[in-house]
Design a protein around this ligand. Structure first.
Ligand code: CA
Ligand code: CA
Length: 245
């Protein structure tokens, strides 16, 4: 009986068995920046609540288990010979697909604030690993000029979700910069005062850059606004969080 109880408790702590939730403690952190694109300004200090975030992007294997359990539609690239590999991040999912996956496991998509705190730590680092420019050991990125893949880091398209350990965040979360863009739960809007750069909407925000991003798009603050219904992106995926109750 005790064994069963413990197993149930463990499943509750980590509902996606092969993708642990990494605890991010409460506390002050820097959000936004003053020297980047207009829609990333201003930098300010926020008081963060504790949360936990998947160590890796959601993989095709993990998404496949969700499909089997629920009958939800498969990812658009599920049968692609490279993008569909079990250990690669799922791509070809709408915002609603990603939201449904997280909710199935009692989780939600990260807010922009949660994503940014997980990615840059408390002091406002430009990249998950610190201030050093991205290189082929830190992140799966694309060519220097937008927007094609580049294999100098070993991966012309997506890399396995467990990869680029040298680019991990201070809490050990992987690929928060690069590999695939990640849906957040937030609607796109200027932070304070400014005018929306995207007139259509409502759009949702993706973060982190992808395998075909040039390195300027891999910062922890870059905000990509996108049509939430679009499910044909070969470079867009997600991960989930558990927020404090
Ligand atoms: Ca690459
Ligand atoms: Ca990513």
């Amino acid at each position: 009986m005790m064994t069963v109880t413990l197993r149930a408790a463990a499943a509750d702590i980590n509902p996606i068995v092969d993708n642990p939730l990494i605890e991010i403690p409460a506390g002050a952190f820097v959000f936004g920046r003053d020297d980047g694109p207009e829609n990333e300004r201003p930098a300010r200090v926020l008081e963060g609540r504790p949360f936990a975030i998947n160590r890796t992007e959601i993989s095709n294997r993990q998404y496949g288990r969700f499909i089997n359990a629920t009958g939800h539609r498969p990812a658009f690239y599920a049968n692609h010979p490279l993008l569909g590999l079990d250990e690669r991040p799922v791509v070809g999912v709408s915002w609603g697909d990603a939201d449904a996956f997280c909710r199935h496991y009692g989780l939600v998509l990260p807010s922009e604030q949660q994503y940014e705190r997980a990615a840059r730590g408390t002091k406002g680092a430009v990249f998950p690993w610190g201030e050093a420019r991205p290189d082929e050991t830190r992140a799966n990125s694309g060519a220097d000029a937008c927007c094609s893949g580049d294999a100098r880091d070993g991966y012309p398209m997506t890399a396995p979700v467990v990869s680029f350990a040298d680019g991990a965040s201070s809490e050990g979360v992987l690929n928060l910069a690069g590999n695939v863009w990640e849906w957040t739960r937030d609607l796109y809007a200027p932070y304070e005062g400014g005018h929306a750069a995207v007139s259509a909407g409502p759009y949702r925000v993706l973060r982190g850059g992808a395998w075909n991003s040039d390195r300027n798009h891999l910062t922890t603050t870059y905000r990509l606004a996108y049509d939430p219904e679009f499910r044909f992106s070969a470079n867009g995926g997600f991960r989930c969080v558990r927020s404090a109750p």
